[in-house]
Design a protein around this ligand. Structure first.
Ligand code: NAD
Length: 499
């Protein structure tokens, strides 16, 4: 039997020592056993975390840039050194394979490295002598307590899209991670403490909707960064902004890979399998729809099917290609789409329910699944399934492929595969999606660019990290200054103009 760990909040630089009113089960998805019980915060627990962050804010925003950067560099070194430990914690609760878990830590570290350049990123402008003895300059200041609410699918990377920049810019943070895989956030909290971050600058509260709703109404929370499903993202955006907060709220996705007839179909098949089934399809940038511009669909499906047959589904600690789904309920929901798709008239080419996993029978297994002849009215197409289910939509022309992508309410990521530079250039211009790959199936931007989708994939106008992230976590201020010259003075009620 697995030992069941207690997982609790991190407030003011230490593990919380209170009694929780409610707790939630955390599972090892590869065995199906309960591995932990996570405390679910009450409103009072959330208030304690916000209070710790609020108290720490004045000192942290007042600490020098040099000091803040020293802490960030130390944090970076500690995360690098303990990457495998973090990856193991992610695999144990999420189920993704170890190499993939280490990969998400690496992508999160890139944002830490970006945030180490905060002195440069915060530099303002200066205009000398805009009028006689008058100078104008701009500065950017931290906003205050930042709430970060994250999904289950990247328990380390998604919080790391936000908190390195928030902290570097002088804000303090309350992170509310997913209650399904909460342990990585506590390792990160310990790493911040080891890096010398003052108590209260980084806090973690575990919980569900009631914790989120308290964060959204708390008067001392000044900004909210949310990532999760679209209905919740919309709720967070609407409630947070109504309560006067700055909100960036990233939602769900349905990512299309458009394949033109001139593409190299072996490369396309590799990319479709990697991007469709990596992390069991539980990635917001996973490819879930291949839009095949005829006449290549039959040949492409054959190549994809051959590759799918080589994939090994099993325990992420055993060197498999694909792990289990995160919970039994999610596994069953994803599996239910296999019946729905067939009932709606799609052709089930590979049935993931027949998988022979390399893992314990109680694990939340579903193998890679392929549907052909999917049409945009079917629920396997319209719904975000968030599992290892890849659909092929056949279209006769590029224009119809573009129409499929642009008619979809989501606009997170997309990719085009072609050897025609002109066609790719036209696609990048015409497609209504925030992140576009050209012969790259998962076009996640580097940390110094900003991450975010369009339409129902993002509410708010600021994307994560990059310069947009710096803007989100800071407020601009413009100072007009005159150092008095005795020759100036006198009364003049006219509107100030430059002379
Ligand atoms: P989710 O929406 O169920 O949960 C996200 C967070 O919101 C969690 O912390 C959860 O505790 C909280 N929450 C859940 N229900 C809530 C409610 N009713 N009110 C307030 N808070 C609530 O999402 P998930 O299942 O954890 O993650 C998967 C989803 O996240 C997918 O839709 C995926 O596309 C999306 N996602 C998007 C991106 C992106 O960049 N756009 C990145 C990662 C994941």
């Amino acid at each position: 039997m697995t030992e069941v760990a207690r997982i609790t909040h991190w407030i003011g630089g230490k593990a919380w020592d209170g009694e929780a009113d409610r707790v939630g089960d955390v599972y090892d998805p590869a065995t199906g056993e309960v591995s932990g019980r996570v405390d679910l915060a009450s409103a009072a627990d959330v208030d304690a975390a916000v209070e710790a962050a609020h108290q720490a804010f004045a000192d942290w925003r007042g600490s020098s840039l040099t000091r803040r950067v020293q802490v960030l560099f130390a944090f970076r070194e500690i995360v690098r050194a303990r990457r495998d430990e973090l990856a193991a914690a992610i695999t144990a609760e999420h189920g993704k394979v170890l190499s993939d878990a280490a990969g998400e830590v690496t992508r999160g570290l890139e944002v830490v490295e970006f945030a180490c350049g905060i002195p440069h990123l915060l530099k303002g402008g200066f205009s000398e002598g805009v009028s006689s003895n008058v100078d104008v300059y701009s500065i950017r200041q931290p906003v205050g307590v930042a709430a970060i609410i994250s999904p289950f699918n990247f328990p380390a990377m998604v919080p790391m899209w936000f908190f390195p920049v928030a902290i570097a810019a002088g804000n303090t943070v309350v992170l509310k991670p997913s209650e399904k895989d909460p342990s990585a956030s506590l390792l990160l909290a310990q790493m911040w403490a080891d890096a010398g971050l003052p108590d209260g600058v980084f806090n973690v509260v575990h919980g569900d909707k009631s914790a989120v709703d308290r964060l959204l109404e708390h008067p001392d929370v000044r900004s909210v960064s949310f990532v999760g499903s679209t209905p919740v993202a919309r709720h967070v955006y609407e409630t947070g902004t109504r309560n006067g907060k700055r909100v960036q709220s990233l939602g769900g996705a349905k990512n299309h890979m458009v394949v033109l007839p001139d593409a190299d179909l072996d490369l396309v098949a590799d990319a479709a399998v990697n991007a469709g089934f990596g992390s069991a399809g539980e990635r917001c940038m996973a490819i879930s729809v291949v839009v095949a511009v005829e006449p290549i669909a039959d040949e492409l499906i054959q190549k994809v099917t051959q590759r799918m047959a080589t994939l090994r589904t099993g325990d992420g600690r055993r060197g498999c290609d694909m792990g289990p789904l995160v919970t039994r309920a999610h596994r069953d929901k994803v599996a239910s789409y296999l019946d729905t798709g067939v009932a709606d008239g799609a052709e089930l080419v590979v049935d993931g329910r027949e998988v022979q996993p390399d893992g314990q029978p109680g694990g939340f297994w579903l193998g890679p699944t392929l549907f052909d002849k999917v049409t945009p009215d079917m629920s396997v197409y319209t719904d975000e399934i968030f599992g290892p289910v890849l659909s092929v939509v056949r279209v006769p022309t590029y224009d119809e492929a573009l129409e499929v992508v642009n008619s979809n309410p989501y606009g997170n990521g997309t990719a085009i595969f072609t050897n025609d530079g002109g066609a790719a250039r036209r696609f990048q211009n015409e497609v209504e999606v925030g992140m576009v790959g050209v012969n790259v199936p998962i076009p996640v931007p580097m940390a110094y660019y900003s991450f975010g989708g369009w339409k129902s994939s993002l509410f708010g106008d600021t994307h994560a990290h990059g310069t947009e992230g710096v803007h989100f976590f800071t407020r601009g201020k413009v100072i007009t200054s005159r150092w008095l010259d005795p020759s100036h003075g006198g009364i003049n009620l006219g509107f100030p103009t430059q002379t």
